[in-house]
Design a protein around this ligand. Structure first.
Ligand SMILES: Nc1ncnc2c1ncn2[C@@H]1O[C@H](COP(=O)(O)OP(=O)(O)OP(=O)(O)O)[C@@H](O)[C@H]1O
Ligand SMILES: [Mg+2]
Length: 501
């Protein structure tokens, strides 16, 4: 057998209260693209962090080119030719795009930073991903998806032998994800090995030669992609504990929901020009649009996070113009942001505190926290969302990415809103947990909430929405309802592939 590029042998890793990896073996050949699959908390990120030198194993050995190596720090990984895009974004918002792409390795000339070269190279690295931005721009102004692309450009430009992509497409829409997949395949053809972590099954089939499935910190199986069906993969990663079970979509006669928030000609800089729509109680409403169509801006204006520059909103018959997040919340409007690390949650605080953070009132009496009530509420959230944790009091930052996301949603649901705005709520969430979240959205709507759902994955709308609006060119340009919500229809309407805009 040809010697693999990397070989991890007998890797184990425990954190207080959790065993993240148990005796895992993992080998990868040159030019091989391996998809790494598993439920939230299965140990995927931990495994690749060990390979990147970010975490150290308790036990086990790593061989590169057949030689045992000690990866004690991220720099060791980079020196060994391993480039990583970590699950949580690590761009520095204050720095420019170019400075971020070449973070830690700015090109120099005669002892000084060679700015023109850095800008040129950054431009080329981004162009490869179909991103045409001025490399001098600060990253702070960019959307989460654009930041993710910059992070990817950074890893690609390192010319590594092994590229690790931990959920690289989680905030990208179809087109950007396609571009990335193309680039990954090209790199593999040139001999680069790639580890690709993703919860999107269709993507795995397009990009990977082989799959490794993990469950509860264990290696379950490794096989060529062509040899396993989706059904088999799902069974292996869920461990046969969860059945198929789709989400029950309400069978709607149009017009059965009552309008709660009416928005007319809303203008929200820079992308939303004139959006008119109605948000109705009891309904899950999807908002579809390509990257940069203004989906997030629209939600933010409703949530009081961004000022609208024109147009009007009417909430339950009254003029509504939230000047702050607080004002929107006082009116029962709650939003979960796409970037959970930035705005959604506090990583240093406990999981329990995060869950009740927006609903202290419901677990206190006379201004004093009722510990028993809090425990009960926290336990209920953990159960209904299926959050995998060691202890409710542990820091949120210790949870796996998908489990952090569930906490962010739990926090919003606990706030008992009238209107729930969810910006990419299933980002980084595994297939089983996605169904749970869809079900929670359906339940919330059945309880009379208005649920507004933004996703970059069009297929998701078909699973859960009663109605979908298309945001294009700054306006709502289309609407689809009930059984007419189909992937092809929505894809066409958002990109305008057919017909003229
Ligand atoms: N720094 C840490 N401290 C404590 N526990 C941790 C830490 N990092 C990871 N864990 C735990 O280790 C387990 C595996 O986490 P890991 O992040 O590897 O999962 P994952 O497969 O990447 O999941 P996801 O799909 O949600 O990203 C989880 O139970 C997680 O809570
Ligand atoms: Mg992870």
């Amino acid at each position: 057998m040809v010697e693999p590029l990397v070989h991890m042998r007998g890797i184990s890793k425990a954190y207080p209260g959790v065993v993240a990896l148990r005796d895992v073996d993992f080998a990868l050949a040159r030019g091989e693209v391996r998809a790494l699959l598993g439920k939230n908390g299965a140990g995927k990120s931990t495994l690749v962090k060990i390979l990147a030198g970010v975490e150290r194993p308790d036990e086990g050995e790593i061989l590169i080119d057949g030689k045992s190596v000690a990866l004690r720090a991220p720099m060791d990984g980079i020196k060994a030719g391993i480039a990583t895009v970590h699950q949580e974004l690590s761009v520095v918002p204050e720095l420019s795009i170019a400075e971020n792409v070449f973070l830690g390795r700015w090109p120099t000339r005669g002892g000084r930073v060679d700015w023109p070269r850095m800008q040129r190279d950054a431009h080329d690295a981004l162009a490869l991903l179909g991103l045409h931005l001025d490399p001098r721009q600060p990253v702070a102004r960019l959307s989460v998806a654009e930041r993710q692309l910059i992070e990817i450009a950074r890893a690609l430009s390192q010319g590594a032998r092994l590229l690790i992509l931990d959920e690289p497409t989680s905030s990208l829409v179809a087109q950007e994800a396609e571009t990335l997949i193309r680039v990954v395949r090209q790199l593999a053809e040139q001999g680069t090995s790639i580890i690709y972590i993703s919860h999107r099954m269709d993507e795995i089939r397009k990009v990977a030669h082989s799959v490794t499935i993990m469950r509860d910190g264990r290696h379950i199986a490794t096989a060529p992609v062509a040899d396993v069906s989706n059904r088999e993969i799902v069974d292996m990663l869920l461990g046969g504990t969860q059945g198929e079970g789709g989400t029950a979509r309400a069978i709607g006669e149009p017009g059965r929901f009552s309008p709660l928030l009416t928005i007319s000609d809303l203008r929200v800089a820079p992308r939303v020009e004139s959006a008119s729509l109605e948000i109705r109680a009891g309904e899950v409403l999807g908002i579809a649009g390509v990257l940069g169509s203004g989906r997030t801006e629209l939600l933010q204006a409703i949530a009081g996070l961004r000022a609208a520059e024109g147009g009007s909103m009417t909430l339950a018959g009254r003029d509504f113009r939230p000047a702050s997040l607080r004002e929107a919340r006082a009116n029962g409007i709650f939003m979960t942001p796409e970037d959970r690390r930035g705005e959604g949650a506090v990583m240093m605080l406990g999981i329990d505190e995060n869950l009740v953070m927006a609903s202290w009132g419901s677990v206190s009496r006379g201004g004093v926290i009722d510990r028993a009530a809090m425990r009960k509420k926290v336990a209920a959230s953990i159960r209904s969302l299926g959050i995998k944790l060691a202890h409710p009091g542990e820091a949120l930052g210790n949870l796996s990415g998908g489990n952090q996301q569930k906490v962010v949603i739990g926090k919003a649901l606990n706030a008992a809103p009238r209107i729930l705005l969810l910006d990419e709520p299933t980002r980084g969430v595994d297939i089983g947990a996605k169904r749970q979240i869809y079900q929670l959205m359906r339940n919330a709507a059945a309880d009379g909430l208005a649920v507004v759902f933004v996703s970059g994955e069009i297929e998701e709308f078909c699973e859960v929405c009663d109605r979908v609006l298309i945001l294009r060119g700054g306006c709502i340009t289309g609407e689809v309802e009930g059984a007419a919500i189909r992937t092809e229809t929505l894809a066409e309407m958002t990109t305008g592939e057919h017909g003229v805009h």
